[in-house]
Design a protein around this ligand. Structure first.
Ligand code: FES
Length: 191
């Protein structure tokens, strides 16, 4: 752009502003040369690294497959799962499942989806079940309380404590966690 301005100055403006434009052009070029190489030179490392992904996949496919610890089916490659188990903790991700020597990586994608669904269903049942005989509990806006229609068991909406009826203990409390725009149920605390 500044190079074009130099040409315009020389051809049509009889050299008007040429000195200023020449300095501006020099600064622009030096700035671009300083900025661009860092972006472009990165390709020197990036492109060979991209090729190495293919080599990695080929080496992994030649080895043993990983066996899902839940269903016993083959998925991914054992080399890949072992590498994930080694590298993820080094970069601060801990995907161990409870106290067991088992990680989330060792579960196949289908079993991961099933586990998540089962956990959600379990949470929902825990959350909705009356502590008397497990009937579903509903919120009554009119009375501002949670009501179990089976034997007229009523609970406080504030802390789940028993207001009336046969339920022997308060409702369990769901631990919520905000994840961006979503609100996730991440645990249940017995009342
Ligand atoms: S099941 Fe809820 S009060 Fe009996």
């Amino acid at each position: 752009m500044t190079g074009l301005a130099l040409t315009v100055s020389q051809k049509w403006l009889r050299g008007e502003f040429y000195g200023f434009l020449a300095i501006l052009h020099a600064i622009t070029v030096i700035g671009a040369l300083l900025y661009l190489p860092f972006g472009k030179f990165f390709h020197i490392f990036q492109r060979p690294a991209q090729l190495s992904v293919k080599f990695y996949q080929a080496a992994a496919a030649a080895g043993d497959p990983a066996v899902c610890k839940r269903c016993g089916k083959h998925f991914a490659s054992r080399m890949h799962i072992e590498d994930l188990n080694r590298v993820l903790p080094q970069v601060g991700f801990d995907y161990r499942l409870g106290e067991r020597q088992l990680t989330w990586q060792e579960i196949c994608p289908a079993c991961k989806r099933k586990s998540l669904s089962l956990a959600q269903m379990h949470l929902r049942e825990e959350a909705r079940g009356c502590t008397h005989l497990s009937c579903a509990v509903y919120f009554s806006a009119k009375e501002d309380r949670l009501e179990c229609p089976c034997h007229q068991g009523f609970f406080s909406v504030r802390d789940g404590s028993v207001l009336q009826g046969p339920p022997p203990r308060p409702l369990p409390q769901i631990t919520l966690e905000r994840n961006g725009a979503r609100l996730l149920a991440v645990g249940v605390r017995e009342g």
